[in-house]
Design a protein. Structure first.
Length: 157
């Protein structure tokens, strides 16, 4: 199994992620701004439809959170899904936790059925997925994205 690039591995080390921005800076390119988030220490009451559900911890970005720019110069397809509507399927195979690289997935199956893209043209396909609070971002491309830390974690003094 191919391992995730080092920069994606840094995303995987985060407690949680937020999608802050998505754009296509040029035709058929994809740019994401992903911000690190962490579990806040204080407990808060959880209410759902007016009912008390117990307590939990908020997940938030802080002044110390890293900000990552992820750019695919070209892609075959991408999808953004509300995380409330996603499912997990045991037949899919991937490495990574929050930044995943799939070897086998329903999204790759969809690409094979719904597009002309295949291993011969435009070349071997790679399915990347970012698991964020509120969003799941899937991208299929022949290359890994470029990743840059726009805001690194502050160095402790």
């Amino acid at each position: 199994m191919e391992t995730v690039p080092k920069e994606l591995a840094e995303l995987d080390e985060c407690a949680s992620l937020y999608l802050r921005e998505i754009s296509e800076p040029k035709q058929n390119s994809l740019r994401l701004l992903i911000e690190e988030a962490e579990v806040m220490p204080e407990e808060v009451a959880i209410r759902f439809v007016g009912r008390e559900m117990g307590t939990g911890h908020l997940v938030r970005s802080t002044a110390n959170s890293r900000l990552f720019e992820i750019v695919w110069d070209n892609y075959v397809a991408y999808s953004v899904t509300n995380e409330s509507y996603t499912t997990r399927n045991e037949s899919e195979e991937y490495s990574g936790r929050l930044a995943r690289l799939y070897r086998k997935s329903h999204f790759l199956d969809y690409i094979a059925l719904a597009t002309l893209a295949c291993q011969e043209y435009p070349g071997p396909l790679h399915h990347f997925q970012l698991v964020c609070e509120c969003h799941m971002i899937d991208a299929v491309s022949t290359r890994s994205p470029r990743i840059e830390q726009m805001r690194p974690r502050p160095i402790p003094q």
